[in-house]
Design a protein around this ligand. Structure first.
Ligand code: ATP
Ligand code: MG
Ligand code: FE
Length: 353
């Protein structure tokens, strides 16, 4: 089946066509993403109202381009998948309403997709990973360990009690005047920095739980920056590198503990860690996880960067997986600003197909 995926939950306007064959393999036929960096640059963060307006302005063109690149007509589509949350509600409404209109006009099923499920299932599109698997989701709004048991079947093992990791990168970038998006900017600055110059705190790490806390770390970075002000270029690089190394150490330790729990609770399962979300694009973090997994005899799965950050292919794919199990949504389905992965009712039963 051919699925059109629409993503508008934050500051990426994205559309994609994904083919899912009968064996359950996915192929990306097109994947068009327009980032709204320029619109928000002057404000130091995403402005919800501006984001929604830009989605209105661009979505039709992005969908048309996705159809052209996939070399198909809208009438070839078997179903329309659109992000229904979580995210900035104005943007979600633009994408979901457009999806509903297209599905109605084409007389094709609509699949309302949870954006986080899009991130969570990407590794099945790119690497064919089988259920169940342990996932570390690290994105702009979320940081959590989740046992992915099936489509719509998620068990949260732990996560951040304050800031998300991507959010921490974005805030550190802002206070170092590195611009946005913050993650890539911090990573770039860190390349010429000394990661050992500053020792930042590692909140919660001594406690025996799979949780994160990044807000104290961010504050420590701010205090260090204030103490050194005015910052030289080398100071900025050293702070960025020290922050990034601290984060890598925290995530590495927690991930090792999560793998240990996996081995304890699910002894028959392959030792595997799937990383998802925009922060998975960070090379320093990936290297730390690679080293840890190699030492633990575990497999590390990280999708290509363009599929870790927000995109339409992950929404099309999650839609395709739900569609294959018989899931369909009515045109009355609501846009949701908040929608945790472990919400009851997300699960699609195999026998619905
Ligand atoms: P969510 O998926 O939780 O709703 P989101 O959609 O905004 O949030 P993503 O698009 O998955 O999040 O990821 C964006 C986040 O990833 C941003 O916070 C960004 O700074 C971060 N990020 C992107 N590239 C990197 C990088 N190379 N290093 C660190 N962080 C990065
Ligand atoms: Mg974004
Ligand atoms: Fe995202």
């Amino acid at each position: 089946v051919l699925i059109l995926g629409i993503e508008t939950s934050c500051d990426e306007t994205a559309a994609s066509v994904v083919l899912r064959d009968q064996s359950g393999q996915g192929t990306i036929r097109s994947n068009v993403v327009r980032s709204q960096l320029d619109e928000h640059a002057a404000f130091g963060g995403v402005v919800p109202e501006l984001a929604a307006r830009a989605h209105v302005e661009w979505l039709d063109h992005i969908i048309a381009q996705a159809m052209r690149e996939a070399d198909i007509a809208l009438t070839d589509i078997d179903a329309v998948a659109a992000t229904a949350g979580p995210g900035l509600i104005g943007g979600v409404l633009v994408g979901l309403t457009t999806g509903k209109a297209l599905a109605a006009a084409l007389d094709k099923p609509l699949i309302a997709v949870n954006h986080l499920e899009g991130h969570a299932l990407t590794a099945r599109l790119t690497n064919g990973v089988a259920f169940p698997y342990l996932m570390l989701l690290v994105s702009g709004g979320h940081s959590q360990f989740v046992l992915v048991r099936g489509v719509g079947d998620y068990q949260r093992w732990g996560g951040t009690i304050d800031d998300a990791l991507g959010e921490a990168f974005d805030k550190v970038a802002k206070l170092l005047s590195l611009g946005s998006p913050g993650g890539p900017a911090v990573e770039r600055a860190a390349r010429s920095g000394d990661p050992k110059r500053f020792r930042f705190p590692r909140p919660l790490l001594r406690e025996d739980r799979l949780d994160f806390s990044f807000s104290g770390l961010k504050t420590a970075v701010r205090l260090q920056a204030e103490a050194l002000a005015p910052l030289s270029e080398q100071d900025v690089a050293d702070i960025a590198a020290s922050f990034q190394d601290t984060v890598a150490a925290i995530v590495e330790t927690r991930s090792r503990q999560a793998l240990e729990q996996l081995a304890r609770d699910y002894p028959g399962l392959p030792q595997r860690l799937v990383v998802a979300g925009g922060v998975a694009a960070n090379r320093r973090l990936a290297t730390a996880l690679e080293t840890m997994c190699a030492a633990a005899g575990a497999e590390l799965v990280v999708p290509p960067i363009a599929l870790c950050t927000d995109n339409g292919a992950m929404i099309a794919w999650a839609g395709a997986e739900r569609f294959a199990l018989g899931a369909r949504d009515g045109f009355d389905v609501a846009a949701r600003p908040r929608w945790p992965l472990d919400t009851p009712g997300m699960k699609v039963d195999d026998d619905a197909a």
